[in-house]
Design a protein around this ligand. Structure first.
Ligand SMILES: Nc1nc2c(c(=O)[nH]1)N[C@H]1C(S)=C(S)[C@@H](COP(=O)(O)O)O[C@H]1N2
Ligand SMILES: [Mo]
Length: 176
């Protein structure tokens, strides 16, 4: 093999290695049960675990998925989790913030988005909870954390095994 073609081969090999490394780390979503939820807001990651959640106000709601018997779910408002991670939901959202969305990813890659304004108490005021207990017990295969959207007509946004939550600026127009 000529010197030049050896160099080219090495170059291709390096590029492949870089691609593989990216593929391995790019998704950044654990594939198994997770003990904590990664909340990303403007590039800053907050790890939300049992200790963090215990410091937030808990609520209980009675709700049922499909035709199963209703259960008593216990959890914290997603809005409070986001506020803990740096999202200012204590004052009405304005301007560009109205184009922000919240993407929730599960360990099986299932994803759901909400408009941040749907969580704003002065706008959509949709109750979305991050729950960790049902009928006084921790969640087994669906947990440790699951979303609960009691007002939804179908439980499709009741994301099981929540792994990460990202707050994303969805605006495509230039900043004023
Ligand atoms: N992680 C994860 N969560 C999920 C889903 C999924 O495929 N993966 N399916 C959703 C849909 S479409 C429904 S109807 C409900 C079903 O919840 P159940 O199994 O408690 O009835 O879970 C939701 N949460
Ligand atoms: Mo579903």
């Amino acid at each position: 093999m000529s010197n030049r073609s050896m160099k080219r081969h090495r170059c291709v090999a390096m590029a492949l290695l870089a691609l593989l490394t990216l593929a391995a780390h790019g998704a950044d979503v654990p594939t198994d049960r997770v003990a904590a939820v990664q909340v990303t807001v403007g590039g800053k990651v907050t790890v939300v675990d049992a200790a963090v959640l215990s410091g937030l106000p808990h609520v209980e709601v009675v709700a049922a998925a499909h035709d199963e018997p209703a259960g008593t779910w216990r959890g914290v408002a997603l809005a409070d989790v986001l506020q803990r991670a740096g999202v200012a939901l204590d004052k009405p959202l304005r301007g560009r913030q109205l184009a922000t969305f919240v993407r929730v990813t599960a360990s099986d890659q299932y994803q759901v988005v909400f408009g941040l304004s749907d969580l704003d108490p002065t706008l959509g005021h949709t109750q979305v909870l991050l729950v960790d207990q049902r009928d006084g017990k921790t969640l087994e295969k669906d947990g440790p954390y699951r979303l609960l959207v009691p007002g939804d007509k179908r439980p499709a946004r009741w994301v099981r095994n929540v792994a990460s939550i990202e707050v994303v600026d969805g605006a495509t127009t230039p900043r004023p």
